[in-house]
Design a protein around this ligand. Structure first.
Ligand code: MGD
Ligand code: MGD
Ligand code: MO
Length: 793
């Protein structure tokens, strides 16, 4: 649309005197923050008093002391709400404080008393909002009203819920095919909302259900499905009490799953050995001071990791093959002592090929490609050979590489070799991120549904669901970019900033006819829009949800397959909010009308009715309404945990992978994108990364001091980063160099500031997860060097 008419229309529509401004698009990237960055020494332990102080600071500044304390006391209690922080399970014996520092921040972020009202949107144009930092956007508070951005407008304006649903129905009905719409889900959506949402989308006629999993643990799901027959972990929390070796690889629990440290500490006190495999010596894994125990407050804390293997970024296949090799060499010396023969022969396939392949792998290659010494690898092998009670924990450090599925399958190989699956104190533990990401998948939020699931939907609801696979996250962006996808709907999340290739994704979103976000908080995805856009504000976890039959609760599934209730208690942030199930029901009625025989309104009047349907469609949910009311909930069936591999062959599979070979040109580095201690994905709580000793800034690139010398850059210098992929280049401006204990030729930056460098077409084989931890970059000094004084460490 021509620029002049855009502005005229806006001023008329919004009733404001929107002054004529040069037409610029709202920025897809946050502005450089006004550092000065402060760099100090990284912490030597996690938790302790600073964690309590930080939790209280965030809770009180967002909620005030009374509301803050009351709300935190309800986190993860049997009659309270599930912490929106992470998917780590709750222990059987809960304390009054069953939350952690970062859980408290997540709760405070949602339960804040600040509000984003129609008046706020009248004052702020999209361009002006987009010029603010993500931290600032989040701090403005909870969304209170449904808002619309009409075609050509510069500001959002309020509209009624009915108008909003009519508008979406109009756009969806105008499509040439249902496959021209995509329906994204982030992982906080409850089971009840997710089940209704996928049902609506499939009745509408598409499997285009991309989700945050596509960028997260998709590689784990793919790897585990192929090898053990279930896309989930096999351990329970009780297994942590019995384990003798726990390996934490590619995960930073001190920041991202702090309550896991309590389990590690307990295991450690029983004599368990803990091994950390990570390019960074993450303080959370070195030493832990339990913030809610006297010993944690007064003492020097419990040392956690017995051994730290400082692997090179994406050196894990090499390392794990080295470990397999070391185990087989021990077996050759003392036959029958290392390979779990009975288990391998009766319960697995493919061992011979795996062992033969390791025979061709040389120690030189293992050491060179992993960056870890043979001696250290042999120590781990020795410890592993001494027990079968071994647990493998991992997260994004393994899942976001081109060979991510291979990474995980290599650790499965080792677990099988030792017979460490489906036994007490042993197993596979992908540590999930979003608090209900696993439940959403169980409810059918997936672009590649299994035929049995579709058959069950068809039987129960009397319609023929689409059978062809839908688009995942990467394909959704590609589809929007190519003009094939015209409507984008998001149930939560921040699609613009969480996805790779920020500028390309922004272009893709701008080419659509309509973007819709069901959200609790303002974020950048609301600002980079299709021709029209909607923000639909919803209730959060912490809030009470009243429907026609009275107060409701929802359910979630944690990282270990336990389904339990979550009940909010705070009054809703605004009287105009709807619950997610209600939004889906109203949307379905508006879009499908007579086409759907589902009694949408009736279902939402009482969520027990939704759960009765889930019980009929999804195996493992029999008698759902009774069992979800048991304290602590119930566990879903898990074949491998119970000693049955649920692959087609009924056996677990060893797999063979070629060692990826890192090729870097002179001057190039391999970069990973990480979370700081002060963010939840794209939500920035604050500007500090306390454990890593980096404060008051996020545009940071951590480098090895030797590499800095070679590249001729200095501590505190401001550089531009260029990523290189298949001849394409992408640039991110103004990152401050911080020397850090990181392997040679490796670099680390923060997500989402560095997402602009992650190429859309660079994703993992099979799982199609963007390679956010394997980005090839070069650096050059920034053209104008702003006065950003970074204090030397
Ligand atoms: N407070 C807080 N909690 C969260 C989140 C949050 O943002 N904030 N996010 C949630 C979500 S959705 C998720 S998925 C999880 C994420 O939890 P994590 O996976 O712990 O998060 P990341 O910051 O991505 O950290 C990845 C870790 O892997 C290491 N790593 C990177 N590359 C490699 C590699 O090639 N090999 C190995 N061995 N290690 C590597 C990094 O050094 C880092 O320690 O946390 C969840 N919990
Ligand atoms: N470079 C890089 N990119 C990454 C990653 C990485 O490690 N590196 N990690 C990836 C991973 S693991 C993940 S999981 C994705 C995360 O991707 P997303 O899940 O899309 O992103 P979030 O930042 O978690 O979404 C935050 C927004 O969710 C909304 N929200 C919060 N609570 C609720 C709720 O209860 N209901 C609704 N409807 N909305 C709510 C708020 O508006 C908030 O602004 O990012 C991925 N992107
Ligand atoms: Mo995630």
């Amino acid at each position: 649309m021509a620029e002049a008419s855009r502005q005229e229309q806006t001023a008329a529509e919004s009733g404001t005197s929107a002054f004529a401004r040069p037409e610029t698009l709202p920025s897809a990237q946050p502005p450089p923050t006004p550092e000065p960055l402060q760099v100090g020494t990284p912490a030597t332990s996690a938790g302790g008093v600073p964690a309590v102080v930080s939790a209280m600071k965030h809770a009180f500044s967002e909620m005030g002391p009374v509301r803050g304390t009351k709300t935190l006391l309800k986190v993860n209690q049997t009659h309270g709400f599930d912490c929106p922080g992470c998917a780590w399970p709750d222990p059987k014996h809960r304390t009054a404080f069953e939350f952690c520092e970062n859980g408290a921040k997540a709760v405070a972020e949602e339960a804040t008393t600040a509000r984003v009202t129609p008046d706020f949107f009248r004052q702020w144009s999209l361009v002006d909002l987009a010029a603010q930092t993500d931290h600032w956007l989040g701090k403005q508070g909870r969304l209170t009203h449904p808002m619309v951005l009409r075609e050509g407008a510069t500001h959002y304006a309020p509209l009624s819920w009915d108008e909003a649903f009519t508008l979406i129905a109009e756009e969806l009905r105008a499509l040439g095919s249902p496959d021209e719409a995509c329906f994204y889900t982030s992982g906080r959506t409850s089971n009840e909302a997710a089940f209704l949402y996928q049902l609506f989308v499939r009745q509408f006629g598409t499997n285009n259900l991309p989700d945050c999993s596509n960028m997260c643990h998709e590689s784990s799901g793919t790897a585990l499905n192929e090898t053990v027959g279930i896309g989930k972990g096999t351990v329970t929390l009780e297994d942590f009490e019995k384990a003798e070796v726990i390996i934490v690889i590619g995960q930073n629990p001190g920041t991202n799953h702090p309550r896991m440290l309590t389990s590690l500490e307990a295991a450690k006190r029983q004599g368990c050995r803990i091994i950390s495999i990570n390019p960074l010596p993450e303080p959370g894994l070195q030493r832990f001071k339990h913030p809610q125990a006297v010993r944690g407050v007064l003492g020097s804390g419990t040392p956690l990791a017995d051994l730290f293997l400082q692997v090179r970024i994406n050196g894990d296949v090499a390392l794990l093959q080295g470990l397999g090799k070391a185990l087989l060499e021990r077996e050759a010396k003392q036959p029958g002592t290392v390979v779990a023969r009975g288990f391998v022969e009766e319960r697995t396939l493919g061992f011979e090929a795996y062992a033969a392949h390791l025979g061709t792998v040389s120690w030189e290659d293992v050491v060179e490609q992993s960056g870890v010494s043979q001696e250290q690898i042999e120590t781990v092998a020795e410890w592993m050979a001494g027990t079968e009670r071994i647990i493998w924990c991992w997260a994004m450090g393994l899942t976001q590489h081109r060979n991510a599925v291979g990474n995980i399958q290599e650790l499965v190989n080792l677990a099988l070799l030792r017979g460490s699956v489906g036994k007490p104190g042993a197993g596979l533990c992908p540590v999930r991120g979003h608090s209900n990401v696993q439940g959403d998948r169980t409810m059918g939020i997936i672009e590649k549904p299994k035929p049995a699931f579709l058959d069950a939907l068809s039987r129960e609801f009397g319609f023929e669901p689409p059978r062809h696979h839908g688009l995942d996250t990467v394909a959704t962006i590609q589809g929007m970019h190519a003009g094939r996808v015209k409507v984008f709907f998001a149930m939560g999340g921040n699609f613009l900033s969480a996805t790779p290739d920020t500028e390309r994704t922004a272009e893709a979103l701008r080419r659509t006819r309509l973007t819709v976000h069901v959200s609790t908080k303002l974020n950048r995805a609301h600002l980079v829009t299709g021709q029209r856009a909607l923000i639909l504000p919803c209730l959060g976890r912490t809030e009470s949800d009243a429907q026609a039959s009275g107060p409701q609760f929802v359910s979630v599934e944690n990282s270990m397959g336990v389904v339990h209730a979550s009940r909010g208690a705070l009054p809703p942030a605004s009287e105009h909010l709807l619950s997610e199930p209600d939004i889906v029901a109203r949307l379905a009625k508006a879009v499908l009308g007579e086409r759907s025989r589902v009694q949408w309104t009736w279902l939402v009047e009482d969520y027990d009715r939704i759960r009765d349907l889930i019980a009929k469609v999804i195996p493992g949910f029999e008698d759902f309404n009774r069992r979800v009311r048991q304290p602590g909930g119930f566990s879903l069936p898990n074949g491998p945990r119970e000693g049955r591999f649920t692959t087609q062959s009924g056996k677990a599979h060893f797999t063979v992978h070629t060692m990826p070979w890192l090729k870097l040109e002179p001057g190039q580095l391999l970069m990973m994108t990480l979370r700081t201690h002060d963010q939840y994905n794209t939500t920035v709580y604050g500007l500090d990364d306390r454990y890593r000793g980096i404060r008051n800034g996020r545009r940071v690139v951590m480098l090895n001091a030797e590499d800095m010398k070679e590249l001729g850059v200095e501590s505190g210098q401001v550089v531009d980063l260029t990523s290189h992929f298949e001849g394409q280049q992408r640039v991110a401006h103004k990152f401050v160099v911080v020397p850090y204990d990181i392997p040679r030729r490796c670099a680390a930056t923060y997500f989402p500031e560095a997402n602009v460098l992650v190429p859309l077409d660079s994703f993992a084989e099979k799982s199609r997860t963007p390679t956010s931890k394997s980005v090839v970059i070069t650096l050059k000094p920034a053209v104008d060097q702003p006065a950003l004084a970074a204090s030397a460490p």
